[in-house]
Write a protein that binds this ligand. Sequence first.
Ligand code: HEC
Length: 167
Amino acid sequence: MVSTMSMRRRAAIAAVALGALPAGCEEPLQPVSEAPTLLAEAGDYTMWARPKNREKRQPVVAPHGGFVDIYINDVVVADLAMVLPEGLLAWSEDAMVVLAGYDAAEGGSLVQVAVMQKQAGVWAWEQYDGSSDQPRFSGRPDVCVGCHSAGEDFIRSFRLPDPPPEG
Ligand code: HEC
């Protein structure tokens, strides 16, 4: 007589013989050789805060899709809250801003994602088409830096905190 246990074991052995293993078990993990993208580092940026003047999606003439949502990480949130005698002169290390560009004022499709992150005092940039996870631009592209140099420490959609009002 065959016990339940040995029937189960035989079924398991048969499954292995037929190659019915989950796909992930068949190949060794690939070594991770590339640094993660800024976008991967950002994770679910839609849960981040928004600058005060950018709580809603806004139309833009910039080359970032017709309508943009701007998201800021906690470093930028803390920077924006700073009240210093001379104002804040530059965004802090690890500051990160993500722009999501859409083709409509409400709903619509995500047509672009752009990211910037302050690393060792210099901004790193990435731009993506729509929902692709492969950046079209990354690093320090002249095209991004050139136009963004018009902003306060390269940010175009909101300003560094001013000095407190006098008196
Ligand atoms: C022709 C000018 C121009 C170029 C080129 C440009 N941007 Fe922008 N970008 C802007 C403007 C203007 C805004 C602000 C839009 C707004 O008011 O919401 C902006 C906003 C952003 C933001 C949100 C933070 C901020 O500065 O307001 C990111 C991130 C960004 N751009 C990334 C990029 C990247 C990456 C590139 C290069 C691939 C790039 N931009 C190229 C003009 C430009």
